[in-house]
Design a protein around this ligand. Structure first.
Ligand code: ZN
Length: 100
């Protein structure tokens, strides 16, 4: 499987989640660098050997966790220290009302 197949599989996995949720990575709230949203759809992407070598990620897992912004759709990849669901700052509020 090629890198693009992995990306497509990750995108497919992301479309299965119902609502975007907050994540924490390395003790920090994951935030979209484009629109500042803190809610994401989780997905997985497989990295083949050629792709990992090209990206100098031979040390990493063969599977990356991807978080797609629930607001603008920007995708962030996490290889080693994978995010967990949650809020660092309990005063932070999701910017999208799930009831809308
Ligand atoms: Zn965004």
């Amino acid at each position: 499987m090629g890198l693009w197949e992995g990306i497509k599989r990750g995108a497919d996995a992301m479309t299965r989640a119902a609502q975007p949720v907050p994540y924490i990575a390395a003790g920090h709230q994951v935030r979209c660098p484009h629109c500042q949203s803190i809610e994401f759809f989780e997905g997985k992407a497989l990295l083949n050997t050629a792709g990992m070598t090209f990206l100098n990620l031979d040390w990493a897992n063969r599977e990356a966790l991807t978080l797609m912004c629930g607001h603008c759709g920007l995708i962030q990849w996490f290889g080693a220290d994978q995010p967990t669901r949650g809020l660092v700052d309990t005063h932070a509020k999701p910017d999208i009302d799930p009831l809308e």
